[in-house]
Design a protein around this ligand. Structure first.
Ligand code: CAA
Length: 257
C-alpha cells in the first residue's frame, strides 16, 4: 500500500506514477523516495509496460526534498545513511521515463524531473535549485544534471542565487523537451509515452542507453558504443519487422522483445 504516490495504467503499455502529498506540495520524503523508486523498478520489470509517466499536481510537481524531515539531521546522520543515494535506483530504470511537470519543480523536484528521459512542462512550470537559500546545496544530482542540461552559466545562476526559471526559459536553456498548455499536460505526456511504448521495447531501451552514454563518456567512446548497440539491433525480431513493414508499406507489429 503506497502512501505518497498512486500508480495507474491509463493507456496500453503505459504506467502513470502520480506524486500524492498535496498538502506538502509533493515534498519528497524518504518514504516517497522508496515508493517512487520501488514502483518504477517494478514497472521496469513488467513486460506489459513500455514507458512510465511521472507527474505531480497542477500546483507542484514537487517542491523539493522534505525540509521538515531533513531539518533535525546531523552530518553523521545524513552521511551514515548516504542520504539521497537511494534515488540512484531511478537511473537504473531501463524503460523510458516521461516527467509531466506543472507548477513547482524545485530542489529535489527539479532533480527528480531531470532523472527522467523526456521532460514535458506545462506553461505553469517553475524550475529551480533553491537549496542555497536553506544553507545547503543540491543533493539529488542538481549541480551535475542541471549543468549537463543547461550549461555552466545558467546552472551557476540557479544554484548560486536560488532563483526559479519559468517553462519558456527552461525550454530555451535545453532542460525541457516540450511546453504544453497546463490543461493538456497529462494527455500530452501520456500520448508521448504511448508513442514510445508502441515502439520496439529493446530499441527504446537501447536508444535511452545510447543517449545517456553521451553524458558519461567522450565522443569517440560514445560513437563506438552507439555503433555496437546499433549492430546489436540486427539480432532482434523488431529490426526485421520494422524494416519489412517499411518496405511493404504497412504498420510494424513489434513483438517488444
Ligand atoms: N519540504 C517540506 N514541506 C514543504 C516543502 C518542502 N520542500 N515545500 C513546501 N512545503 C510545505 C510547506 O511547509 C507548507 O506546509 P504547511 O502548510 O504545513 O506550512 C505547504 O507545503 C505549502 O507551502 P507554502 O505555504 O510555502 O506554499 P507557497 O505557495 O506560499 O510557496 C513554495 C510555495 C515557493 C514552493 C514554498 O513552499 C517553498 O519555497 N518551498 C521550499 C522550496 C525549496 O526550498 N526546495 C528545496 C528543498 S531542499 C532539497 O530539495 C535538497 C535536494 O537537493 C534534494
Amino acid at each position: 500500500m503506497t502512501e505518497t504516490i498512486t500508480v495507474d495504467r491509463p493507456r496500453e503499455r503505459v504506467a502513470l506514477i502520480t506524486l500524492n502529498r498535496p498538502k506538502a506540495l509533493n515534498a519528497l520524503n524518504l518514504r516517497a523516495m522508496r515508493e517512487i523508486t520501488g514502483a518504477a523498478a517494478e514497472l521496469d520489470g513488467d513486460p506489459e509496460i513500455g514507458a512510465i509517466v511521472l507527474t505531480g499536481s497542477p500546483r507542484a510537481f514537487a517542491a523539493g526534498a522534505d525540509i521538515k524531515e531533513m531539518a533535525p539531521r546531523s552530518f553523521s546522520d545524513v552521511h551514515a545513511a548516504d542520504w539521497f543515494a537511494g534515488w540512484d535506483a531511478l537511473s537504473r530504470v531501463r524503460k523510458p521515463l516521461v516527467a509531466a511537470v506543472a507548477g513547482y519543480a524545485l530542489g529535489g523536484g527539479c532533480e527528480l524531473a531531470m532523472m527522467c528521459d523526456l521532460l514535458i512542462a506545462a506553461e505553469t512550470a517553475k524550475f529551480g535549485q533553491p537549496e542555497i537559500t536553506l544553507g545547503v546545496i543540491p543533493g539529488m544530482g542538481g549541480s551535475q544534471r542541471l549543468t549537463r542540461a543547461v550549461g555552466k552559466a545558467k546552472a551557476m545562476d540557479l544554484c548560486l542565487t536560488g532563483r526559479t526559471m519559468d517553462a519558456q526559459e527552461a525550454e530555451r536553456a535545453g532542460l525541457v523537451s516540450r511546453i504544453v498548455p497546463a490543461d493538456t499536460l497529462l494527455d500530452e505526456a501520456l500520448d508521448a509515452a504511448a508513442t514510445i511504448a508502441g515502439m520496439s521495447a529493446p530499441a527504446t531501451m537501447m536508444a535511452k542507453e545510447a543517449v545517456n552514454r553521451a553524458f558519461e563518456t567522450g565522443l569517440s567512446d560514445g560513437l563506438l558504443f552507439e555503433r555496437r548497440v546499433f549492430h546489436s539491433t540486427f539480432a532482434t525480431h523488431d529490426q526485421k519487422e520494422g524494416m519489412a513493414a517499411f518496405t511493404e508499406k504497412r504498420e510494424p507489429r513489434f513483438r517488444h522483445a
